[in-house]
Design a protein around this ligand. Structure first.
Ligand SMILES: Cc1cc2nc3c(=O)[nH]c(=O)nc-3n(C[C@H](O)[C@H](O)[C@H](O)COP(=O)(O)OP(=O)(O)OC[C@H]3O[C@@H](n4cnc5c(N)ncnc54)[C@H](O)[C@@H]3O)c2cc1C
Ligand SMILES: NC(=O)c1ccc[n+]([C@@H]2O[C@H](COP(=O)([O-])OP(=O)(O)OC[C@H]3O[C@@H](n4cnc5c(N)ncnc54)[C@H](O)[C@@H]3O)[C@@H](O)[C@H]2O)c1
Length: 480
């Protein structure tokens, strides 16, 4: 067994791990990164980038399908599944290539291949070949897709999202389990590329939404084109040759059996903290086995161990993994002089169409603080000028403000260009603007941002009315 002494050991070379390594080295400390899987990061290999490449192809197909409504007739459309997947994979490889270059730039003595496990609070073992004594440790081990127990042993046609990006052609049909971000992004993209898709939800959730009104509109907007089946139980499945025979049960108890080329399980991701010997790290764990940590420093308790990225499950998206990693790496380097790092206003975007965005405090979080502490303004995009011009007039934006101060607190939306509106509103939220200050900003014409102004004006009126007495407050139970 090789022996290694290092200031900072980092488990994982994803986005969080690489950021932590750079930050720890910048503090003048020795550091080593340990990787058990392929280099390249989840985001570039099987996450953000290949999924957005598939969505881009589906948007091209969708524009052609929409064109006749503008009086533009593109003629017979042919989707070449092999060409679609070839571009997804080759552009994906290009993005992965940039990450591989940055890994190549890490000196060999700072990189270890193998599965890392704690053997004690300051000791790690990598496979059977290296024992590390580390003064500080950063856990940046990412997350793994959940597999439903009833689908686990059905066969190779039951897959998780990783497998989609290795397809060399588009399949004839896919059942998607889960209406989270992955299920909806991939389900809609495949549908628009001519794949027969059904999306099954066990409840009524739609991506990351918690505002019941936005949730309702989202279910309708996405259900206009997608075969979305809510309140479905996955009873079981069997593989017959190259098909999966899937049995589901609806809320009334009626069972239904359909055949699909693939069943794509998109039922969430679980942090990789279960196979890293966390029980030997001497940390206090929550009910999911994740070490308790401070979200401003990433420090686990008062220990020399830090946790970053999907592994801590705080905000499992790429920009947060990068921020977490930097904070964790800096603090590991500086330990015991641990300092709060920059945390930004939360922002999440689902790249469906219409897009879905949440930012600032969500409806669920605001409700949890007790009612009636916040006012709500809204706009529907059904009759919003520019949205209608572009035939993208579906969706709703709800914005939240604080009684008394008039401060803008957050928003949830499904609607056209939510990726842009989401950023605009998140910046206003982080700048701690009031609703009145936001309404003093310029709005051009005709733009979708005029919809934001309508919602803010509505919110300003609600704020003026003041907080309702508790007894007359509307029920504000978050959606599921
Ligand atoms: C399909 C999909 C689409 C997505 N789209 C978006 C998007 O559009 N926008 C967005 O912001 N986010 C998106 N995400 C989320 C984003 O990809 C993740 O939040 C981010 O990549 C997490 O980075 P990380 O560094 O925490 O984990 P990872 O990049 O997964 O890195 C963790 C690394 O640790 C390694 N590891 C684990 N255990 C050990 C061990 N014991 N020893 C050694 N190494 C270990 C793993 O092999 C892995 O390489 C998407 C995710 C998926 C799956
Ligand atoms: N655009 C983006 O930023 C983006 C895109 C994709 C993924 N991601 C990240 O990846 C994470 C994982 O995505 P995801 O869609 O897998 O998870 P998710 O948590 O968003 O959604 C999981 C879905 O699976 C359903 N589900 C859970 N258990 C189930 C069960 N036993 N039976 C049936 N359905 C079940 C849930 O009801 C939900 O609809 C997201 O939380 C997000 O952070 C982000």
């Amino acid at each position: 067994m090789n022996k290694l002494h290092v200031d900072v050991a980092i488990i994982g070379t994803g986005t969080a791990g690489l950021a932590a390594y750079r930050a720890a080295r910048a503090q003048g400390k020795t550091a080593v990164v340990i990787e058990s899987g392929p280099y390249g990061t989840t985001c570039a290999r099987v996450g953000c980038m290949p999924s957005k490449l598939l969505i881009a192809a589906s948007e091209a197909a969708h524009m052609l399908a929409l064109a006749p409504a503008f009086g533009v007739h593109p003629g017979p459309v042919r989707i070449d599944g092999k060409a679609v997947m070839a571009r997804v994979r080759s552009e994906r490889d290009r993005f992965v290539g940039f990450v591989l270059e940055s890994v190549d730039n890490i000196p060999d003595q700072d990189k270890l291949r193998g599965h890392a496990r704690f053997t004690g609070p300051q000791s790690l073992q990598v496979d059977q070949h290296t024992a590390i004594e580390a003064a500080r440790v950063v856990i940046a081990s990412g997350s793994t897709p959940v597999m439903l127990p009833q689908l686990k042993d059905v066969g190779e046609r039951v897959i998780v999202s990783d497998a989609v990006f290795d397809w060399t052609d588009l399949p004839a049909s896919v059942a998607v389990i889960g209406t989270g971000v992955i299920g909806l992004e991939l389900g809609q993209a495949l549908h628009r590329l001519g794949v027969r898709v059904s999306v099954f939800a066990r409840g009524g959730s739609v991506a990351q939404l918690s505002d019941p009104e936005v949730l309702h509109v989202a279910g309708k907007a996405l259900g206009r084109e997608l075969d979305l089946r809510f309140q479905q139980l996955i009873v079981g499945a069997r593989q017959e040759n190259e098909e999966v025979v899937l049995t589901t049960r609806d809320a009334a108890g009626a069972e239904r059996t359909d055949r699909y080329a693939y069943v794509l399980v998109a039922a969430g991701r679980t942090p990789n903290v279960d196979r890293i010997g966390i029980e030997h790290a001497g940390l206090e764990l929550d009910e999911r086995g994740i070490p308790l940590f401070d979200a401003s420093t990433m420090q686990c308790g008062t220990s020399h161990i830090f946790i970053a990225g999907d592994a801590n499950n705080e905000r499992p998206v790429l920009p947060e993994a990068a921020d977490h990693g930097k904070i964790a790496g800096e603090n590991a380097g500086r330990y015991p002089d641990v300092r709060p790092g920059l945390r930004r206003t939360p922002l999440t975007i689902a790249f469906t169409e219409p897009q879905i965005a949440t930012l600032g405090e969500t409806y669920r979080e605001l409700c949890a603080q007790g009612k009636p502490k916040f006012a709500v303004g809204k706009v529907s995009f059904e009759n919003q000028g520019r949205s209608r011009v572009m035939l993208q007039n579906h969706g709703m934006l709800r914005v939240y403000g604080e009684y008394g101060t008039g401060r803008f607190l957050g928003a949830e939306m499904i609607g056209p260009r939510a990726e842009n509106l989401g950023h605009l509103l998140a910046w206003a939220c982080q700048a701690r603007l009031t609703v009145a200050q936001m309404l003093d900003m310029p709005f051009y014409h005709p733009v979708i941002e005029e919809g934001v102004r309508t919602a803010l004006r509505d919110l300003a009126l609600e704020l003026e009315k003041g907080a309702p007495r508790a007894s007359s407050a509307p029920d504000n139970t978050p959606g599921v």
